[in-house]
Design a protein around this ligand. Structure first.
Ligand code: URA
Length: 464
């Protein structure tokens, strides 16, 4: 067993140098014990890391180094060994998104990046004034002190950001693992601290609160994600969270007010729809935005009498930013033409506006949105409905039907007849065109296609 002792929890260089030597010497991952600390605790018969007799060339893709630099900051003690296993095996496996080891490390790197982002977003300085003025200038000796509890070992990696952002302030960031101190010229490190070492309420809080209220954008509001992004452990350190309840309550009202004013006689529906589409492009109400290329908003005339709702964009829709243009879209267009419905006169949208998928090699395999994702997207769907006010809404498949009716239903029980909707207008449920693409039996596929066309015709008849 070989023991590698890294100097700190985030000692990327130490890990990289040791890992390189060990991998060149072809030492298997199972024979290495990674530890952090000043004094190596070597419980095993130790063999020093010897330089290899004939070092093998070790070519590491850039993507591997990027991944390692983030993943090494994760709090999971296994991270050093997992990264080494990938390095010593074949670091080019990193291109295989379906590889379980790569996925695990990617997930770690993602969590680290989120933690870095959280620290940047949620560190709040409190003002501390020393009784004595600043030596030399006689100005008040003011320092700003913040307390932060990261989930991973990200504090040092984040130091540069705070130095650049708050270059002219004297500040300290205290965390359980280490503290950072900036005196406007030099950054120094100190030992970890406790919350009790940081000051409590202070006058700067009012400034933060005013600032926060002014940047608060109701259209970007997603309460669930806000709680997720800003777990309670951060809330307690942030003065502006005192404002959140009030702002949340006002936000929905303001957004709804924009749509409400547009739908009044003479209101600018097209303008409100454009604004809504633009806001949806930045939607983070659920996690699907993280991997999708873009939001695929509905399209069609804002005075359309018929609205068609699909499930979610597919691979091609995600890339193009338009609904129903891939294989399911072709089938949909064929059925619409057979039912003599002009797609250009219909508003076409989806219950969920980001593509959800599982990466498999180079392919992105469609994955069904869950109830939480459907619910998170309901907001956009409702605003679209308020603006378009369709006389009839056709739901294609179970996800769309769930959005249409506000509850889970089966297609068999709801298909092919008009359903009065509480907000006005009629609903009509039918199959999703991708169902037709999956039918192996040709004559069954033809029958099902004909039934789909009949459903569409039935819905169109309601308009007459
Ligand atoms: N499937 C859908 O439900 N919607 C699309 O936009 C494409 C495929």
């Amino acid at each position: 067993m070989r023991v590698v002792t890294l100097s700190t929890e985030d000692d990327f260089e130490g890990w990289r140098d040791a890992a390189r030597g060990l991998a060149q010497a072809r030492v298997p991952a199972s024979e290495i014990l990674w530890q952090v600390g000043e004094t190596p605790i070597d419980l095993f018969a130790d063999e020093a890391v010897m330089p290899p007799a004939a070092p093998r060339a070790l070519k590491v893709p850039r993507a591997f180094l990027d991944l390692a630099q983030s993943a090494i900051l994760h709090s999971d003690p296994e991270r050093f060994a997992l990264l080494y296993a990938l390095l010593a095996g074949d670091p080019h496996r990193i291109a295989d998104q379906a590889d379980p080891l790569v996925r695990r490390l990617e997930a770690m790197a993602r969590e680290v990046r989120r933690d870095i982002h959280k620290m940047r977003a949620f560190v709040r300085f409190r003002e501390v004034r020393d009784a004595l003025p600043f030596p030399g200038t006689g100005e008040p000796n003011t320092r700003y002190v913040a307390w932060f509890e990261p989930s991973h070992h990200i504090v040092r990696a984040n130091a540069r950001f705070f130095v650049e952002r708050f270059a002219n302030m004297r500040w300290s960031i205290l965390t359980p693992e280490l503290s950072l101190h900036w005196d406007t010229e030099t950054l120094s490190e100190g030992p970890g601290a406790t919350k009790a070492d940081a000051p409590g309420e202070d006058p700067v809080e009012d400034i933060w609160k005013t600032y926060y209220a002014s940047i608060f954008n109701p259209a970007r509001l997603k309460t669930g994600a806000m709680l997720k992004e800003m777990p309670r452990k951060y809330w307690k350190n942030m003065p502006e969270t005192a404002l959140v309840r009030e702002l949340v309550a006002g936000a929905r009202q303001r957004e709804t007010a924009m749509v409400a004013s547009a739908i009044r006689p003479g209101g600018n529906i097209e303008g409100a729809w454009q604004a809504l589409r633009e806001e949806a492009a930045h939607c983070t109400r659920c996690d699907l935005y993280r991997h999708a290329t873009q939001t695929v908003f509905g399209e069609g005339p804002v005075d359309a009498r018929m609205m068609i709702v699909g499930e979610q964009p597919g691979d091609q829709e995600d890339l193009a930013g338009r609904p129903f243009i891939g294989p399911a879209g072709e089938m949909f267009d064929k059925a619409m033409a057979a039912a003599k419905i002009d797609r250009a006169a219909v508003y076409v949208t989806n219950a969920v506006k980001h593509f959800k998928f599982e990466p498999r090699g180079k392919r992105r395999i469609h994955s069904k949105p869950d109830a939480g994702e459907i619910q998170a997207c309901r907001w956009w769907y409702e605003q679209e409905r308020l603006l378009i006010k369709p006389e009839i809404t056709v739901a294609l498949g179970a996800t769309a039907a769930r959005q249409l009716l506000g509850k889970a239903v089966t297609i068999t029980a709801t298909r092919g007849w008009p359903i009065e909707l509480p907000e006005g207008g009629l609903g009509w449920v039918t199959i999703h065109p991708s169902f037709l693409l999956r039918l192996p039996d040709r004559s069954k596929a033809e029958d099902e296609f004909a039934a789909f066309v009949e459903d569409l015709k039935g819905a169109a008849k309601m308009l007459a």
